[in-house]
Design a protein. Structure first.
Length: 270
């Protein structure tokens, strides 16, 4: 199976939904069999995929007809959690508290501006402690988590590359919103840094999944057999991502608001 064609943007418009201005992007994907409405978790925008380049007006009408459905998704989405003092966030699947500890700390001289403290040393939940200027807490926590994700995903990807006797050409970590990982025909691997928020066994599964694509660029039986050889019980990780993955995008997000979910169908019904 070939890799999916990346949809090309055709048009940008806006919807008014419950007093909120929501950007709507129409994209063309020749492999789409029908109109598809998707709500971007991180960007707070709506994407409509159309099978034809000539269907822009029809696609925008389709999106407008789904106002109530989009509003329902808004009501179901938990509020965003910016990275700030006192925020509770997951790290490797376990709840942590972000704790700003002041502009200068001796700990920062040896550990850097952000470090993790175990629950045994806090008399409560484990903490992610931050020093420096208080306005930079969000950025510093984001940088810390991205660095940890890069370190862990690089290690696990190389482990599975040795196991599968393959070699990735490049490993990158990004803030992707549609995929947890990807593998290009040139053997370049890309992962979402938000996997560091998920339990370790979930991150491990995504690493194995994408490295297995270097050998099999499809989701056929031989691909899944290779994944199962490395992780015999990978189904719990797969289910965890399906159920809990979308919620990870609210951590460190812009507090203006997020959307979730997607709707496939045609203008005549659901």
């Amino acid at each position: 199976m070939n890799k999916p064609v990346k949809p090309a943007s055709l048009h940008l418009d806006y919807l008014q939904i419950e007093g909120r201005t929501v950007p709507v992007t129409v994209r063309h994907n020749p492999r789409a069999k029908r109109m598809i409405v998707r709500v971007d978790l991180a960007a707070g925008s709506v994407q409509v995929t159309a099978p034809s380049r000539r269907g822009v007006d029809k696609a925008l009408l389709f999106a407008r007809e789904q106002r109530e459905w989009i509003a329902e998704r808004l009501q179901q989405v938990p509020p965003p959690v910016p990275f700030r003092n006192g925020a509770h966030i997951p790290y490797r699947g376990k709840e942590h508290v972000i704790r700003y500890v002041g502009a200068r700390r001796e700990d920062a001289l040896t550990r850097g501006p952000v470090w993790r403290v175990r629950a045994a040393d806090t008399d409560g939940l484990p903490e992610i402690r931050v020093t420096g200027h208080p306005d930079f807490v969000q950025r510093r926590v984001t940088d810390y988590l991205r660095a940890k994700a890069r370190e862990e995903l690089n290690e696990r990807a190389l482990f599975y590359a040795d196991l599968f006797d393959v070699r990735p050409s490049r490993i990158t970590v990004r803030d992707t919103t549609t995929r947890w990982g990807s593998c290009s025909p040139s053997r370049a691997l890309s992962f979402s840094w938000r996997l560091i928020l998920a339990p370790t066994y979930v991150l491990d599964y995504v690493a194995a999944h994408e490295v297995a694509h270097i050998r099999h660029m499809n989701h056929g039986p031989r691909f899944w057999g290779l994944v199962a050889d490395a992780i015999p019980n990978f189904e719990p990780a797969k289910r965890w991502l399906e159920i809990n993955g979308p919620g990870l995008h609210r951590f460190g997000a812009d507090p203006v608001g997020l959307f979730a979910g997607g709707y496939r169908g045609n203008p005549s019904g659901r």
